[in-house]
Design a binder for this molecule. Sequence first.
Ligand SMILES: [Zn+2]
Length: 719
Amino acid sequence: MADANTAGANIPQGTGYFASDSTLPFHAPDFSKISEDDYIPAFEQGMAIHKAEIDAIINNPEAPTFSNTIVALEKSGRMLGRVATVFFALTGSNTTDRLDEINTEISPKLTAHSDSITLNPELFARVKAVYDNRAAMAMTREDAKLLEDTYEGMVHAGALLTDAQRARVKEINSELSEITTEFGQEARAAMADQPVIFDTREELAGLSESDIKSAADFAAEKGHPGKYAIALQNTTQQPLLPNMTNRAAREKLFMASYHRADGTTDIDTRPLVAKIAALRAEKASLFGEPDWATYAMWDRMAEKPATALGFMERMVPALAATQRREAAMLDEAIKADGGNFEVKPWDWYRYANKVKAARYDLDEDAMTEYFQLDKVLEDGVFYAANKLYGLRFERRTDLPVYHPDVWTYTVFDRDGSELGIFYFDPFQRPSKRGGAWMSNFVDQSKLWNTKPVIYNVLNIPKAPAGEVQLVSFDNVNTMFHEFGHALHGFFANQTYPSLSGTAVARDFVEYPSQVNEVWATYPEVLSNYAKHYRTGEPIPSEMITKIEAAAKFNQGYDFGETVEAALLDMKWAALSKEQAEAINTPAKVTEFERKSLEELGLEIDLVPPRYRSTYFNHIFSGPAGYSAGYYSYLWTEMLDRDSRKWFMENGGLTRANGDHYRETVLSTGGTMDYFEMFRNFAGRDPDVTPMLEARGLVPGDEAADSEVSDGALPADTAG
Ligand SMILES: [Zn+2]
């Protein structure tokens, strides 16, 4: 069809490896044939071909149709897609200096290339002609969604604005790009360049010898020989606080973090915060939207700021009560420890950790001995996928990989047919960035007749040669999590790649992955994979019970600081242009933040937000970041916990449940309304209660109150 659409048009031919599909099974990338010198020419050719394809669409003498415009656009840029997919996979998981250089060179060009398409008025005229005629067209649901997404994406970028408005949007975009970059640099400087200086070693009592030595070295390096310096870390809470026994020193470190970049020192990001909020609100107003949040949330599941706000506000009463209850419990622990003061944020984790250790007696190292990497993957993650979805996995050794530590598997579907290829890249190495992620080398698509080729990347510390490779319980969960994303990709059943699999909203994409974590501790799965690496004994169930009980501990703080940050994000994003412009001095920024937090009804002086505005990088650093989107973490957790409840109420790990979830959620990609998708699965709207229960925050549950408040420190750990 693409050939018909572009017949007679002058599309250049690419050369080299990326000019055509890989000839390996499933078009898996042939790493044995790719060299670093291929990338720049392939990017350049890929962009030139893409541009020629777009021109051919625009210059098509036939009237615009769904096929010759929307589908042709979806099909364009194939070579560029091929090179970008492999290139950005490698810069993440196995980069080199050369790849980093290429990245710096090519990224601005890719942005400009993409803008030249999204903001092309002639292309938009054709897209709009098709869109305006949509009522008269017979389309599948997926066709309709592709048309809507294509049109709305261009509108969102500014296609419907007047020339003057569009010019102002471009100015705002470039100003925002500069100011948010500056914010990121200033916030980083306030951490890295302004360590907290302590005059005496006594102030650091409780820290390890190596922490104290690093503090002494760091002070010398910063021009304070003979003193001690501690660099601030990202969040409001600071990781060294729990070990510090000197309360005044704790307060000093905490307050330096809390007042970071707020003008207490010579770094003050408040003018930048005010500017960013005003520019975003102005941009939203150019699009006729009341505020930035409404503009930014156009393609989200929650869709409207009020939905996200209302969802979080429902947690506030139970959360506030938990914060007060935990504070009272910690006050008791302080008294039992011989202290004569009430808990403050700088004391919180010191005493919470003591209570937790006394109460739950967790031994993480002993647990790890039950988690052997290959068993967790094949007898745990794959086993659960077999029971739920009927999948089968066969290790293969014939495919070239980008690093010898990458494992590959063929995935077979429930009917025995080949479903796709799975790459598993488990180990930490210097060439890999931190964290864990999933993506595709090849997207499932009926348009191209392609099946998914998917990778999971993790950062598990590699065991020394000859030793059994064990993994922590955290990494076990991460393996199930990332494979949840992989299932979302494998079960994709779409025509168009841009709607396929995990191509879904930011506040939806973490949902299937979180749900898959439930099987890590499901008894039938656990007993199949968690066996002691020497004795083969199954893991004692108390170990899991303890972990699960401990997970409900300290939620007033752990969860509270996140909810506060998410609400603060939304308050900034919900300002109208006039309101934002009125916050025009540093003092007014502080005042607005204080007022916004006070309105929430949470104990913000005991539990300050995870980030204050002046160092909230997620929302003020980078072009848009997680602005009006920090709530997504909580939102998908709601969907996840509610879905786990559905599974458990319906018999747990069964093929019927798996097939139903696959049918309603995992195979649907981005082709329909997310609420409708959830209702198809659960038979009702999502409910926040299971999430609150999981976090030990059941509203009005007096039993829970008394249970948690009997947490005085046992005498044997006092002192
Ligand atoms: Zn994830």
